[in-house]
Design a protein around this ligand. Structure first.
Ligand code: GCU
Length: 796
């Protein structure tokens, strides 16, 4: 099959009668909800759409269910009626609302009457959060449009069709599975049919702000970059972006397509799980204003690490399906999202994988507010028909809409293109094109996919060819569940040919909540726990692992799981039962994450001064670059502009402490450079400096100056070649100050009456008076509130 070009993707978009360009941020638009009880007709034969010779009913045909007809008199034959039929709640799937529809896959017609008075100079749109799987929408008997795909929003303009007064909205919904659909016929979740998410009428100005992208530029911590798209006649306007709290006020002029780009610097409090800071944002044009709440964070990869705001992060995650937490069926409300994400927080997660399709917008908005990082995915799941262009167009449309709806959500860090898809040339081309499309549409986030792994000679390899064009490898592994639960199986090496971070996107085991037995008895909670206990050390041993998301938060319905008693059409790998009861393994994972967090906190203490710009009060000077160091992320200072300031003195009040740095001073810097300054200028402070000889060597000097005592250690006599890594330790205790390079004591001195260094701040790589900048790389910086000894003083 010829390489799928973005062109074919663009062609796909312009398909006539298909859903129009998405209106984003519907929460902040003028809307009228059409949620509630809708009248329905269950139509397995699609009798309301085709005549008995399978010819589609034409518009105006009274027999057609979309005509919402009524007998005009007592003798007229009409064999359907919405007025006297059954009802279903919208939003909501039909399978869990009616026992008889639990396994139903086919067509159901929905009808909703609504009254509307559209003011003269306004436009009206009908918006669906999601309909599974195929939707054909009619208003007052006229076909408005259609949409395919069960998990992405779509809207149609109805300004010219809506009647002043009562309107009849009819939607034909069909969830029949098809081989060339996405997902295809085989899937391990329930094929919930219906209008599964909210339905809104959206009233807009003649020319309004339909779409915008406001995020940090790729690899930046302080440059906001984005665009605004107007929709309507008056496309050329001046539009203003206001982020008052960040003192951002930018006006741009849209072009003849109603489009304008912008970029500006801003001093931002960056969003992170610890600090889910959202800024109120206002975008206003001459004819329209829209508000939003947006967080700003940077997400990058370097080597095998994922960096959030420049700091390595370990993703403590969990997978979840979009199933309601306390009742049967699809989740669709803010309350559902709150309970599900509260459970994730209770596990001490900082990350969730929303599987295997985009979840409703309440989930991603709440993740923004709660500080949960998100992996969002399109249902390119298992074996699709890769060589069919219409299948690719469907996938690329779902990808476009997923990104479009949530591109301003700080919580979303990863777009996932696929799950457990079988390798083939056609599949590789298919996914490669999707990766290119995703990067084109949103260059700021990471691209991934959940891959399968290979195993040879006791080594598990993640070498899937599509790994090449992913930023992060996802891998699903079920050691101990699919196959034997043999502890030896966990004693395995993990390798990949890619120098990239990996997330174990699935792992786990099944258990029937409340069934207890010995750990070898399958389906018991003890068996599930035992698998987790063996997983943790294996996961800890994988050097390129940046996080995990065990399968899965809650037991969920699946037609693949008919085993009586233990499954009953539920996938039992949840850590919580379908009734909300926690299994033992829930607490095991919670404990593991608490340990991981503790480790992270220690690491953060190590790096916080300068590697985590998201740290409160840290100011970046210039643009220190995140580079690869001996132990992962490191920071390069260019010796002219780069430094970090931290409004904090980490040795405040300590009368003994050890400062360790792993650094590589570089040729070409100033003769006198300041690596570290702690304390207040002119007041109590501790300084560490490197001096260059000009012959390619450096030597150290440092001193402590406090109100009541002064100790200059003069310069060490030991010369060291530049451009090499050094471990430097400065130890202060009981009136002495010692400096070690690679564990060798180089400088020592007595500090009379040393008083703790009070107040001040910390700066790395700078000298306050803007000279003597540090040129080189710092890989780690650690302060230990005690005087270290022996081997601890040399960690090169
Ligand atoms: C797969 C798949 C899931 C499935 C799970 C399981 O890896 O991605 O959708 O539910 O394994 O087998 O339970």
């Amino acid at each position: 099959m010829k390489t799928i070009t973005i062109i074919s993707f663009l062609v796909a978009l312009s398909f006539k009668g298909y859903a129009q360009e998405l209106l984003i941020n519907v929460d902040n638009r003028t809307t009228k909800s059409l949620n509630g009880q809708w009248d329905i007709i269950i139509d397995p034969l699609e009798n309301g759409y085709y005549n008995f010779h399978l010819k589609e009913h034409a518009e105006g045909t009274k027999k057609a269910f979309f005509s919402d007809g009524r007998p005009s008199d007592k003798s007229e034959l009409l064999e359907y009626s919405f007025d006297t039929g059954e009802k279903l709640h919208v939003p909501g799937d039909w399978n869990s609302q009616k026992e008889k529809l639990l396994f139903y896959e086919g067509t159901v017609w929905y009808r909703r009457k609504f009254n509307y008075k559209l003011p003269e100079n306004k436009r009206l749109f009908i918006y669906f959060g999601a309909v599974n799987y195929e939707a054909i929408v009619y208003l007052n008997g006229k076909k408005i449009g259609e949409h395919t795909g069960g998990f992405t929003p779509f809207n149609f303009e109805i300004s010219d069709v809506v009647k002043q007064g009562e309107n009849s909205l009819v939607v034909k919904v069909d969830n029949k599975r098809k081989k060339d659909a996405i997902p295809t016929t085989m899937l391990d979740w329930w094929n919930y049919g219906g209008i599964n998410r909210r339905v809104l009428l959206i009233e807009e100005e003649q020319t309004f702000i339909r779409d915008y992208h406001v995020q940090l530029a790729k690899d930046s911590f302080n440059e906001i970059r984005g665009w605004i798209q107007l929709d309507g006649e008056a496309r050329q306007q001046s539009v203003t972006l206001n982020i008052a709290e960040a003192d951002v006020h930018k006006t741009v002029n849209t072009n003849s397509d109603g489009y304008a780009k912008f970029a500006m610097k801003a001093n931002l409090d960056l969003w992170s799980p610890e600090n889910p800071k959202l800024y109120p944002v206002k975008i206003s044009s001459a004819t329209d204003t829209i508000r939003d709440e947006i967080g700003f964070r940077s997400i990058q990869v370097t080597g095998t690490q994922i960096l959030l705001n420049g700091s390595p992060i370990y993703l403590r995650g969990i997978c979840l399906h979009e199933e309601a937490p306390t009742r049967e069926g699809r989740a669709y409300s803010h309350e559902d999202a709150q309970i599900l994400l509260n459970w994730a927080k209770e596990l001490n997660c900082n990350y969730v994988r929303l599987a295997h399709y985009p979840h409703n917008e309440y989930m991603t908005r709440l993740a923004d507010r709660m500080g949960l990082l998100v992996w969002s995915e399109i249902p390119v799941y298992w074996a699709l028909q890769w060589d069919k262009p219409e299948v690719f167009n469907n996938a690329s449309r779902q990808l476009k809409d997923m990104i479009s709806r949530d591109k301003n959500k700080a919580s979303i860090i990863i777009w996932s293109l696929a799950n457990e898809t079988p390798e083939s040339d056609a599949r590789n081309t298919f996914l490669h094109s999707l990766a290119k499309q995703a990067r084109l549409q949103d260059p700021t986030r990471l691209i991934s996919a959940a891959l399968l792994h290979g195993k040879a000679e006791g080594v598990i390899r993640v070498d899937d060819p599509i790994g090449e064009f992913l930023d992060v490898l996802g891998c699903n592994e079920y050691t101990g569940w699919y196959g034997d639960m043999d502890p030896e199986l966990f004693n395995v090496k993990w390798e990949t040919k890619y120098r990239k971070p990996m997330i174990m996107s699935e792992l786990g085991a099944g258990a029937l909540q409340g069934f207890h037995a010995d750990p070898d008895t399958r389906w018991s909670e003890e068996f599930q726990s035992n698998v987790y206990k063996h997983q943790f050390p294996m996961l800890d041993s994988i050097s390129f692992l940046s996080g995990i998301s065990p399968w899965i938060l809650k037991d969920f319905r699946s037609a693949r799981r008919p085993l009586p008693v233990f499954q009953d059409y539920y996938n039992r790998k949840g850590l919580i039962s379908e009734y909300g009861e926690k299994k033992d393994a829930f607490f095991l994972l919670q404990e593991y994450y608490n340990k991981k967090q503790r480790e992270k906190d220690i690491r953060l203490w190590q790096l916080k001064e300068f590697i985590s710009p998201g740290y409160q009060g840290l100011k970046i000077i210039g643009s220190p670059k995140i580079v690869e160091g001996p132990f992962g992320a490191a920071v390069y200072f260019d010796g002219e502009n780069d430094a970090y300031f931290l409004d904090e003195n980490p040795v405040q009040g300590l009368d003994e402490f050890t400062i360790e740095m792993l650094f590589k001073p570089e040729t070409g810097g100033d003769r006198e450079q300041r690596v570290l300054h702690i304390g207040s200028v002119g007041g109590d402070r501790l300084l560490l400096e490197t001096r260059l000889t000009g012959e390619g060597n450096w030597y150290m000097d440092s001193y402590i100056k406090s109100r009541d005592a002064h100790c200059v250690l003069k310069s060490s006599d030991y010369l060291h070649p530049l451009d090499q890594w050094y471990h430097m330790a400065l130890v202060v205790e009981k009136g002495t100050i010692k400096n070690y390079v690679n564990g060798k004591l180089e400088l020592e001195g007595k500090v009379e009456d040393l008083k703790p260094i009070y107040g001040g701040r910390t700066s790395v790589g700078v000298r306050q008076n803007k000279v003597f900048w540090f040129k080189g790389t710092i890989a780690s910086f650690k302060i230990t509130p005690k005087a270290l000894k022996g081997d601890e003083l040399n960690r090169i």
